[in-house]
Unconditional design. Structure first.
Length: 443
């Protein structure tokens, strides 16, 4: 009997990369690979990389360092690199890391199984061609059922926004919306396999369909997804403040399946910095949207992303960002120090903010956000939350699920509850999760 082949896949970066990795695993399962969490047992190692910040990119090189020795001890081991760093570096990666067998770009996921076969024959190959036309729509690998009740669904790829600091448009290509008929078919198939919650993914989901003739827009797409029997919860990420239409805001008021959470990155609270970032909105417009969202869904949980230490950011600009955080009262925030990315406009901006100042600002911002998050979390203690049970908790001794507002709740209960909606009373609030007490299966 042929020995089972093992795949170790490491993913860096955003949810879109996580979704891509799941698709790579599905495709390689069909070629006879099973997943392992132990790279030293693997016959095939794939690294799905991120280049949004320099730090994320460096992670690839430290991982490659770890795997170099494995390759020395196992000549037959195949190592492949995909994702944004692969797209950016292409052929150069094969030169920098002679034990890497293949490099595939962000538009070439569909080629992975063939590249693995070629690597098994001893070839070393790169494929980082962009497919910036409708052919890309036919090459979207499909998600497969894997027993989970909550799944990602990529609805668009790439980005045309060219925020001045961001490498994404250069490594993910032009923005292209998937056909709504394909998206809905995929979600229907998921619903048939007991998926209850879908998260629609894209760099800028609320510009969905706007550039495709005859296609519906994002709010219409949400309504179509909502009409699918079996799908009980809909989420999406990421939405761009400049494309937040009144019709999308009213979905939060009218659509019971749409969860009460929006990730709406502001990036900065200062108009001067927003203009240099080329984000396409000002603080006042952003806050107007927040007000409208809170009116449409009073209990909405708002999360965001902030970049601190953008070139030229003064203390006054930074204080504007802190005051935005207080005014919006974000449920949580991802915050980053500005990282210079090649090819972007901001790479040529004169940066007079010292790294020490940037670190200090990040720490002040994170302290403030932590206080707000914990206070908000504490206000949930005693409330009954509707939780979709996703599986075991991280520690493994409890069940874990999420509230409608996307907060994690751990509680004691029977494993048979996985996949059900249950009422849970929140008994304790932590920084990143709640502890709860199971009451009953929800009506
Ligand atoms: N498309 C999404 C949007 O516009 O909000 C986000 C995509 S990006 C992968 C995720 C986050 O990384 C951004 O919201 C931004 O805060 C951060 N980011 C992007 N480029 C960065 C850079 N050069 N330095 C620091 N953070 C950056
Ligand atoms: Fe990057 Fe801006 Fe596109 Fe988001 S919208 S991916 S930050 S260019």
């Amino acid at each position: 009997m042929e020995k089972e082949k093992l795949l170790y896949l490491e993913t860096f970066g955003c949810q879109m990369n996580v979704d891509d990795s799941e698709k790579i695993v599905s495709m390689l399962n069909r070629s006879g690979y099973q997943s392992t969490v132990n790279p030293s047992l693997a016959d095939l190692i794939i690294l799905n990389t991120c280049s949004v910040r320099a730090k994320a990119e460096q992670k690839l090189y430290s991982s490659l360092g770890r795997f170099k020795d494995l390759k020395k001890n196992n000549e037959r081991l195949i190592v492949g690199v995909g994702g944004c760093v692969a797209q950016k570096e292409g052929e150069r990666l094969l030169k920098k890391a002679p034990f890497v067998s293949f490099v595939f770009g962000t538009h070439n996921l569909h080629l992975v199984a063939n590249m693995v076969s070629a690597a098994q024959e001893g070839q070393r190959l790169t494929n980082v061609d962009f497919i910036d036309n409708d052919t890309r729509l036919d090459l979207f690998p499909q998600s497969e059922a894997d027993g989970r009740v909550s799944r990602f669904v990529t609805i668009m790829q790439g980005c045309d926004n060219y925020c001045s600091y961001c490498i994404v448009p250069f490594v993910r290509g032009r923005e292209i919306s998937r056909r709504s008929s394909d998206i809905l078919d995929e979600i229907r198939r998921m619903a048939d396999k007991d998926v209850k919650e879908v998260t629609l993914l894209g760099q800028n989901v609320n510009s969905y369909g706007l550039k495709s003739q005859g296609e519906c827009d994002f709010s219409e797409l949400l309504h179509k997804v909502s009409a699918i029997d079996g799908i009980e919860r809909i989420r999406f990420t990421t939405s761009h403040p400049k494309d937040l239409s009144p019709s999308l805001i009213s979905c939060f008021a009218d659509m019971s399946k749409l969860c009460g959470h929006i990730h709406l990155p502001a990036q900065s609270g200062s108009d001067a910095i927003l203009a240099k970032m080329e984000r396409g909105y000002c603080r006042k417009e952003y806050l107007k949207n927040i007000e409208a969202l809170k009116k449409a869904r009073p209990d909405i949980q708002i999360t965001g992303d902030i970049i601190v230490g953008f070139p030229g950011e003064t203390e006054e600009d930074f204080l504007q960002t802190l005051s935005l955080i207080e005014e919006v009262e974000y449920a949580d925030q991802f915050s980053f120090i500005f990282s210079v990315r090649p090819e972007t406009k901001a790479a040529s901006f004169c940066d007079n903010v010292t790294y020490r100042e940037k670190q200090e600002r990040l720490s002040r911002l994170q302290t403030l956000q932590k206080q707000i998050t914990l206070e908000r979390n504490k206000s949930f203690v005693g409330s009954i939350q509707n939780v979709l049970v996703e599986g075991r908790s991280k520690r493994g001794d409890q069940l874990s699920g999420r509230t409608d507002g996307n907060r994690i709740v751990n509680f004691t209960g029977e494993l048979s509850l996985v996949g059900s909606f249950v009422s849970v009373r929140i008994t304790k609030a932590f920084q990143n999760s709640f502890l709860g007490e199971y009451k009953q299966v929800s009506e």
